[in-house]
Design a protein around this ligand. Sequence first.
Ligand SMILES: Nc1ncnc2c1ncn2[C@@H]1O[C@H](COP(=O)(O)OP(=O)(O)OP(=O)(O)O)[C@@H](O)[C@H]1O
Length: 579
Amino acid sequence: MTDPDQQSRELGQRLAGFRSDLIGVAVFSAAVNLLMLTGPLFMLQVYDRVLSSRSTATLVALFGLVVFLYSLMGFLDHVRGRVLARVGAGFQAALDRRVFDAVLRQAENVDQRARPATGLRDLSSIQSLLASPALTALIDLPWAPAFLALLFIFHPMMGWFALAGGTVLFVLAFASQRTSNTAMADARQHAARADSRTAEMRKSIETIQGLGMKEPLTNDWSEVRTNALRSRILAADKRGRLAATTKAFRLLLQSGILALGAWLVLRGELTAGAMIAGSILLGRALAPVEQTVAQWGAFQAAAQGWRSLRNILSTTPPRPLPMRLPAPQSRMEVKGLAVAPAGVTKPLLMGVSFDVQPGEAVAVIGPSAAGKSTLAKALTGVWPTRAGEIRLGGAELHQYAPDRLGRLLGYLPQDVVLFPGTVAQNVARFDPDADPDDVVKAAQAAGAHDLILSLPNGYDTMITDAGSLLSGGQRQRVGLARALFGDPAVLILDEPNSSLDDSGVRSLNRAISDAKAAGRAVLIISHRPSALAQCERVLLIDKGKMRAFGPRQEIMDKFVRKSPAAVPVQQERRLEHAQ
Ligand SMILES: Nc1ncnc2c1ncn2[C@@H]1O[C@H](COP(=O)(O)OP(=O)(O)OP(=O)(O)O)[C@@H](O)[C@H]1O
């Protein structure tokens, strides 16, 4: 699936998978539309045969037939509705994971992340159309000319009358949709913005209150809400005006064709039955036209969704999964690395070369904004390499499937985010087959076991809202347990001690020395030297460039002492010695 044309056809191909269902719907629709003739034909017979012959038996027989035909029509109509609803659901189910993956992958691009993710909404708008009466109306639309042709057969004047009336009705209904569409889209946009502000404010309510920002932010939110309301009223006004005109015009048409029919009857050019049947036929011919136009919004949303989804899917083609490699050696080698997140052109980090061997710990140090976290994101495969290579156990990172790579690495990010679920699920990285013993083992190794047991429901305590129930230090320890889960080959710890107290630092140091003793490679990114004690070698980066890599003592003596960034490092070392 690397051919761009093929990617842009992906949606069409998925829909084509439901070809036989759609053919079935078309056949049922043909039958339903033929059965729609039951009413006019019945009228024709009643007026022209029953009333003239005064035969009750004929009336009863005809009515019995009508009951049967309408029942059949109702059944077929229901069946095609059911089939279409299932095609819609099947189409969504077939693409749900693919689109979700594409939406997540879009978020890898920093630029895209700021924009609202539309993929799943696009998919839902196509699904809604497939399952809505709008589609059945559209399927019925090609039958309108057939009804119109029958009117021409009854009398050409009736045909022309219906054609002219139908055209005016179509134009009126279409204008009603068009004029209100922009206002409706505006209203939806404002409403979505107000909703997302509500969610943001709820999430950060403590900060907002603490900083006394509630009033101004609420005013801001209220303005967006008022704008949404204003656009909605504008849209409703426009739509309402034209909808009322359309309705009155349709009723006028129905009476108009009766009047025309009566006039033709008086002139002896039409039978009374044809006059009534003509009026019913006009209704049948106009119904799908009117419904299709009335549902225009659903068609537009689905068309827009289709275009946008096609674009999303073609820019995020499915990634072929690489062959599963055996568990790698705990060794990482980096050569000439340059890194930039997707959507950023200038590399944030350049010319980095180092390695970390089994049983060894390497410290990555440097001042603020040097590019340390950038390095961690590249080493975990989260940010792409612009140049150079990163090898884990001899294989480049892309040779591992992303989820498997994640499992092989024990990554503790600088800002630990926990996900909705239990503490145990978070430690186990939501692996449904995780062995509880392994969860406890990871927590013990991180020195987080006792703290987890002290939570209201221990390992079953539910985490909500990114783990705000836990303190910063507790989150960091649970994060370390999560990093250690599954015995990863390489640990990448980004500022692992930033929120830890003394006992937390001791647990961390123990976890690092245990990992080294078990032959794992450890990378510790830190401002502080307390973590350096465990490291054999040090990588110094500054302003997005590698300045030095070598044995700890050599780097500390040669570079850190001279560098202004080293001042806090030195101070802290003295403090540690003093303790
Ligand atoms: N998503 C991003 N897009 C563009 N630039 C970014 C992005 N993330 C970080 N940067 C920039 O990259 C540079 C390095 O940031 P990084 O987070 O790697 O620094 P750091 O060394 O970890 O700093 P600290 O010790 O303060 O955490 C900074 O100048 C930062 O502004």
